[in-house]
Design a protein around this ligand. Structure first.
Ligand code: MG
Length: 190
């Protein structure tokens, strides 16, 4: 039988959710960062739209591959599965390594320039779960070299999506806004 390589959006979401949970990260943990970031600009955002955004992002194929690969790299590094010298470099979470940030930027890029600057903010200030992952990784029992960036980037993407939803709502409140008939597939957007 041919090995399975294609997964549906629902399956990818579930596989991501379960792998993240295995590593101690919940959807709420990620949504909380998105909420805190957006609450600085918008008074009336809800946790519900942040959670929904994280869930949607976790179902994208590119994100699926990055989340799954990142978690496996961290796990293998914990088990000493790489050869020297990259084993020690990943395990030490070397500041000058930078490939973990490349993964993060790739995820954040999905939501453009704002997504990337939002990721930069989270990467520098390490709110909530990102701080915990970073600290636990540095203590030595576990390796979170890739996970902290991936989680921070999903939060940044979700926060940017929330900002886009709010912008759309604002646009529709404008007296000049004229609704028009949209193609069916547009309704699934964001
Ligand atoms: Mg990192």
């Amino acid at each position: 039988m041919k090995p399975r390589v294609y997964y549906s959006r629902q399956e990818m979401f579930k596989l991501n959710r379960d792998r993240l949970l295995e590593r101690g990260v919940t959807i709420e943990d990620i949504a909380e960062i998105a909420f805190m970031q957006q609450a600085r600009y918008n008074k009336n955002i809800s946790m519900r739209v942040c959670i929904e955004s994280v869930e949607k992002i976790l179902s994208y194929r590119d994100i699926f591959h990055l989340v799954q690969l990142s978690i496996e790299i961290d796990r293998l590094a914990e088990e000493g599965g790489f050869r020297s010298p990259i084993q020690e470099i990943i395990r030490a979470d070397l500041g000058m390594f930078g490939i973990d940030e490349v993964f993060g930027l790739t995820i954040a890029q999905l939501y453009g320039t704002i997504g990337q600057t939002n990721f930069g903010d989270i990467d520098v200030n390490k709110p909530g779960i990102v701080k915990r992952l970073n600290e636990d990784g540095k203590k030595g029992d576990c390796c979170h070299t890739f996970l902290d960036d991936v989680v921070g980037a999903i939060a940044a993407a979700a926060s940017t999506r929330v900002a886009q939803i709010i912008s759309e709502e604002e646009a529709r409140k404008d007296p000049h806004f004229e609704p028009m008939q949209l193609p069916l597939e547009w309704k699934e957007e964001n």
